[in-house]
Design a protein around this ligand. Structure first.
Ligand code: 13P
Length: 254
């Protein structure tokens, strides 16, 4: 049985005081919801503060990026060792990092390896761009992204995959539940070929891209979709709470 997971990617939003306010709005409500892993991923500068605020609650913490070296002269970067001390999860390979910061498959692979070595659980993001989707190349792109990000990795140890079609991110144009379920089922097949059926069955694969309280149920009813990576809607406490609540209810009966 895979425990569903809803992760909020706050992206480059919230000052430290805004983060405190949002966590305070979320904390009690999230804590009352069972059967779902609830993860929030604030900006680096708020991690330590948020960690204190959620201490003793069932809310888990994640970061949005990582560097692959353990320490040294890498001005401005954040290492796996620093993060392992603060949080449990780390988003790796988000399409915004691939697109705006030129992250390559090789870099993402190094980041996944470094995170796993430090005991962090990567939330590895993959997904095709609009033109790739329209050219019918989704499966080819996904296969290549999985191959490069997971090269040389033998044990997935808590890794989570987020399927985020780039055309659905921040556009209000979500995939349909069916579309997302089909691609996620394809991802599970690739994982099964590489790591075996059992590992693939245990792996959590989330959908991400314009998930809101209004469309969350459609995704959560799909058997292959184990949760969501939520961007914009994770910045509104009521909206995020509603997504988590619906997930808990739907996943208990499906
Ligand atoms: P939106 O939910 O804002 O579309 O963002 C999705 C995303 O990129 C989560 O990582």
């Amino acid at each position: 049985m895979r425990v569903p997971m809803i992760a909020g990617n706050w992206k480059m939003n919230t000052t430290v005081s805004e983060a405190i306010e949002l966590v305070n709005e979320l904390r009690r409500g999230l804590d009352e919801i069972d059967n779902v892993d609830k993860v929030i991923c604030p900006p680096f500068v708020s991690l330590a503060t948020v960690r204190e605020l959620i201490r003793g609650s069932s809310i888990k913490l994640g970061a949005q990026n990582i560097y692959f070296e353990a320490k040294g002269a890498y001005t401005g970067e954040i290492s796996p060792l620093m993060l392992a001390d603060l949080c449990e999860f780390v988003i790796i390979g988000h399409s915004e990092r691939r697109q705006y910061f030129n992250e390559t498959g090789e870099m993402i692979n190094k980041k996944v390896q470094a995170a796993l070595r430090a005991g962090l659980k990567p939330i590895l993001c993959i997904g095709e761009r609009l033109e790739e989707n329209e050219a019918g190349r989704t499966e080819e792109v996904i296969t290549e992204q999985l191959r490069s990000s997971l090269a040389g990795i033998e044990h997935l140890s808590g890794l989570v995959i987020a399927y985020e079609p780039v055309w659905a991110i921040g556009t209000g144009r979500a995939a349909t539940g069916k579309q997302a379920n089909k691609t996620i089922s394809f991802i599970r097949r690739i994982i099964s070929q590489k790591y075996g059926k059992e590992i693939a069955q245990d792996l959590r694969i989330l959908y991400g891209g314009s998930v809101t309280a209004d469309n969350a149920a459609e995704f959560m009813r799909q058997l292959e979709i184990d949760g969501a990576l939520v961007g914009g809607a994770s910045l509104k406490a009521n909206e995020f709470l509603s997504i988590v609540k619906q997930t808990s209810e739907i996943k208990q009966v499906t």
